[in-house]
Design a protein around this ligand. Structure first.
Ligand SMILES: C[S@@+](CC[C@H](N)C(=O)[O-])C[C@H]1O[C@@H](n2cnc3c(N)ncnc32)[C@H](O)[C@@H]1O
Length: 290
């Protein structure tokens, strides 16, 4: 997710405002994303799947299951899971995203519920309500407190329920963005691996492009957190969930760095000749039966 420039978030008041800034960014970018080729809304309207094959395969059959989709954006994946037979509730901090998700649900006649909330402030409203909790692709960098995040997931799951996440690998997030990665020596870190709880601040300066719509540059400052894999898995285990599967993938779902090449499966990889690195990961954890 991280754009090209970084600034340390020096002032604590900026840190407190981080979620408000991020929310404003996501409100602004929602209509841009809904209209972008990246999200393939038109294909979805025509009945095609927009979920990535590896995610569908790893999550498995969801028909007849209740599912909570955290950070659902404008509800595209949420509605795709609903089309696959799940009874889905999507949660997102952005009011514009939730509004667009509800419109889509009505337009496409795919029933689903959508709730505007910060994932860290869902309280007890979803306690033990879901067979599945799902989140993916560009979610964790917006979450400052993974301990709270893990606890929120654990309490939303029914006993025996399963949590799944597919996400950018923190090793990929470290990769520099100032030059194309066409040889291994260019795959060097430009961003932190170990976050320290303080988000990095990204200011709009006019030459960054959006991951879904290259012609769009936001006016909003955003704040993003860096979490090592150990912190993600640790938060889920500490919340009482049991690790069932941890996978690392040499591909990513968009051209996250210059020099990456797209394969026939539509996924992006480091080019031949560059030492393969983990670009995405996925985790499956289960809540023990009481
Ligand atoms: C990259 S998008 C969602 C990922 C999804 N896979 C997608 O591509 O549509 C990140 C989403 O997280 C939401 N978000 C950011 N911080 C959040 C928070 N603290 N609580 C809930 N939603 C949040 C944003 O509004 C945005 O819709």
């Amino acid at each position: 997710m991280a754009p090209g420039r970084r600034h340390d978030a020096a002032a604590i008041d900026r840190f407190r405002d981080a979620y408000a800034h991020n929310k404003a960014f996501w409100d602004e970018v929602t209509p841009i994303h809904a209209a972008s080729d990246y999200y393939r809304l038109d294909q979805f309207r025509r009945g095609e799947d927009v979920l990535h094959d590896f995610i569908v395969e790893e999550v498995g059959d969801v028909s007849g299951l209740s599912m909570l989709h955290l950070q659902c954006h404008f509800g595209l994946d949420t509605l795709n899971w609903a089309r696959k037979g799940a009874e889905v509730t999507g949660v997102d901090i952005s009011g514009a995203s939730i509004e667009r998700a509800r419109e889509l649900s009505t337009d496409l006649n795919i029933p689903a519920s959508f709730v505007q909330a910060n994932v860290l402030k869902m309280g007890d409203r979803f306690d033990a309500a879901f067979d599945r909790v799902f989140t993916s692709i560009g979610a964790l960098c917006w979450i400052g407190d993974l301990e709270k995040w893990g606890r929120a997931i654990a309490r939303a799951l029914k006993p025996g329920g399963v949590f799944y996440i597919a996400e950018f690998h923190p090793v990929m997030d470290t990769l520099q963005q100032s030059m194309p990665i066409t040889e291994s020596s260019a795959a060097y870190p430009g961003y932190p691996y170990f976050g320290d709880g303080i988000p990095l601040r990204f200011d709009p300066e006019g030459d960054d492009s959006d991951y879904a719509e290259a012609s769009f540059t936001s006016e909003e400052t955003t704040f993003e957190w860096f979490h090592p894999i150990s912190e993600v898995i640790g938060a889920l285990i500490d919340a009482g969930l049991v690790l069932e599967r941890f996978l690392e993938h040499p591909f990513v779902t968009y051209k996250a760095r210059q020099g990456m090449v797209q394969s026939e499966d539509g996924l992006w990889r480091l080019p031949p000749g560059v030492v393969p690195l983990p670009l995405m990961f996925s985790i499956t954890t289960a809540k023990p039966n009481a």
